[in-house]
Write a protein of this length. Structure first.
Length: 240
């Protein structure tokens, strides 16, 4: 695995678990609001963490941390995902993979080998707009993401389906359509995440108005099912 970053401790990224986060370099999406642009566009400018460093760190944290989050970038795009995850599992850790959902076969392969305990899946926009927003050039990208979500649901994998929200990209009508699409997949809990403009791929979004917490909570309340809002500090500010 090409690991380019480490968060040593997190209480929010692996629900219910004390975890660290490992960030894989590179991604096949170019989402305008991505807050890890260097990992996506220029992963080589970030120092690469050696396996020796990573597994020495994990060995020293045994009994203190419960889980490892593989994030990015896009971890499912790396052919070394299974072997790397096996080494993590051998140390007794639970594994959560944060993915854009574009590689359902890789996710299914890792899960089938007992290497996935939880998933975080970004659902970016309506199926018809997926290619335009992600700029990935992948045929039927929405179908691949939906396949990943369906796999998680049908195999009882703990999954956090979430969407980063910006008013320019996600009108109330778009969000209602997305809620319907997720309902059709059997997704009850959906998390709307507030847009964070610290460092993103499309800087123009920082100058455009987006929803206030109150506005986003109001929209979430009207979407039905279990639609939640996560604020900028990472905690839920609305949990229907």
């Amino acid at each position: 695995m090409d690991i380019r970053g480490l968060t040593k401790f997190s209480l929010i990224d692996f629900p219910g678990k004390l975890a660290c986060i490992l960030y894989a370099g590179g991604c096949n999406f170019r989402c305008p609001y991505c807050h890890n642009p260097h990992l996506v566009l220029n992963p080589e400018i970030q120092p690469r963490l050696s396996d020796q460093f990573i597994f020495s760190f994990l060995e020293n944290r045994r009994g203190k941390l419960e889980g490892v989050v593989l994030s990015g970038g896009e971890p499912s795009a790396h052919p070394g995902l299974v072997g790397f995850s096996e080494k993590i599992k051998a140390l007794g850790y639970l594994i959560k993979i944060d993915t854009n959902g574009s590689n359902p076969d890789a996710v299914a392969d890792a899960h089938g080998k007992g290497l996935v305990d939880a998933l975080g899946i970004d659902y970016k926009t309506t199926a018809s707009s997926y290619g335009d927003l992600t700029k990935c050039g992948i045929d039927d990208i929405a179908g691949l993401v939906r396949k990943t979500i369906s796999y998680a649901i049908s195999n009882n994998v703990s999954v956090d389906v979430r969407t980063t929200i910006h008013k320019k990209l996600h009108t109330p009508e778009v969000l209602m359509q997305m809620r319907g699409e997720l309902n059709s997949l059997g997704v009850a809990a959906w998390t709307l995440q507030q847009f964070h403009d610290a460092e993103i791929i499309d800087d123009s979004l920082s100058g455009d108005p987006t929803y206030s917490d109150a506005e986003l909570i109001g929209i979430a309340g009207g979407l039905g099912n279990h639609t939640r809002v996560r604020g900028l500090k990472g905690s839920f500010i609305f949990n229907s």
